[in-house]
Ligand binder design. Structure first.
Ligand code: ZN
Length: 277
């Protein structure tokens, strides 16, 4: 049996007819009918607004710098084996802030003569292997340990040339004998969007990974393992997120022993690899 319309429903329909008639004049498109769906609950609205438009296939591990598998990472082993007198290694190149820096240097060495270039080469080889095993494409900034250069400005632009998601430059320091520990350098004040936040995030992730692996933040420089710097050409010239990690202080006997031991090099490479996730 049909149900007779109630008086209130008749009034509502009449009001709608009047409203629609007033909007649908010549040249006016009819107004869109209001949605009849019930409003979303506050909880549902909040959930919808926090869901990313495209979910990552593999969630980044907390504290890491997120880089998807398949992306390119530049690993830069600092210095080189033939960077010495007569190699022309000290010719000036742009420093990225309007000045110049020497093309490169011979690097630091331990009291016993263990050179920084050999350390950076060993750790970088291991780091590259670990990253490749996780599906990253790795480009090394130099391809041997018995050459000259490349200059710091060329290294600084290596990330952009390789279309890399990040650059990790591996070094060891020549600090005061009494000081020990690692520090992570990033460009500051920033000169471009990659330096404005992502480079700091990469530096934070590197510090977290190094501390998590049991390494001590430097006791003689930086703050808590972080070192904001404006004088590093390779970082100034970088237009992708880049950090320079001084893994240890070669002038400190305990740090030098760590840096030259295969076990120490492996632990450092493992820690640096853990910075990206
Ligand atoms: Zn160095």
């Amino acid at each position: 049996m049909p149900i007779a319309p109630s008086p209130s429903r008749v009034v509502l329909v009449a009001v709608l007819v009047v409203l629609l008639g007033s909007c649908a004049g010549p040249g006016n498109a009819p107004a869109a009918a209001p949605s009849l769906a019930p409003p979303a609950s506050p909880a549902a609205s909040a959930a919808a607004s926090t869901v990313p438009p495209v979910a990552p296939s593999t969630p980044a591990r907390p504290g890491t710098f997120p880089i998807p598998a398949g992306a390119t990472i530049v690993v830069d082993p600092g210095h080189n084996g033939r960077n010495g007198p007569g190699s022309g290694i000290d010719r000036p190149v742009p420093d990225g802030r309007g000045g110049t820096k020497p093309c490169n240097t011979t690097g630091a060495s331990s009291a016993e003569g263990y050179p920084e270039h050999a350390f950076t080469w060993a750790v970088s080889q291991d780091l590259a292997q670990r990253l490749r095993a996780r599906g990253y494409r790795v480009v090394l900034a130099r391809d041997s340990d018995d050459g000259v250069g490349p200059c710091v400005d060329v290294r600084g632009e290596a990330g952009a040339r390789a279309h890399a998601a990040a650059v990790i430059s591996v070094h060891a320091d020549g600090g005061p004998t009494s000081g020990h520990g690692f520090h992570v350098l990033y460009s500051s004040p920033p000169l471009n969007p990659a330096q404005r936040g992502p480079a700091r995030a990469l530096a934070d992730a590197a510090v977290t990974a190094m501390r998590g692996a049991g390494f001590t933040p430097a006791t003689y420089i930086g703050r808590g393992g972080l070192d904001a710097r404006g004088d590093i050409a390779g970082l100034n010239l970088a237009s992708v997120p880049s950090v320079l990690v001084e893994c240890a202080n070669l002038r400190n006997p305990a740090d030098a022993a760590l840096a030259r031991s295969p076990q120490g090099q492996q632990r450092l490479a493992e820690a640096l690899a853990a910075a990206v996730g």
